[in-house]
Ligand binder design. Structure first.
Ligand SMILES: [Zn+2]
Length: 90
């Protein structure tokens, strides 16, 4: 199990705090559900630390458009889809 010691708030601010767009509660919820769906699909691939891989996107179903990397020192996962631009950063 990995310990999450870094501030997640800062990362959220850097993603959502740049533009002044009105986002409804429903859209926020959808984004969260998408992120969770995406994240669990990537983790299902069971990426080992230090590897870089690709997989089919669980959201837009585009083949091989998701690339992911897993940090060698803290196991944190970075992944993103090049087609629908959904992504996660732990
Ligand atoms: Zn996608």
């Amino acid at each position: 199990m990995d310990l999450i010691a870094e501030s997640e708030i800062n990362e959220e601010e850097s993603i959502f705090g740049e533009e002044e767009i009105e986002i409804s509660e429903e859209e926020k919820r959808n984004m969260l559900i998408q992120a969770i769906t995406f994240m669990s699909a990537v983790l299902k691939q069971n990426p080992r630390r230090g590897i870089i891989g690709t997989m089919d996107c669980p959201l837009c179903k585009t083949k091989g458009s998701v690339s992911y990397t897993r940090s060698t020192y803290n196991g944190h996962l970075h992944a993103g889809c090049s087609a629908c631009s959904v992504g996660v950063m732990e």
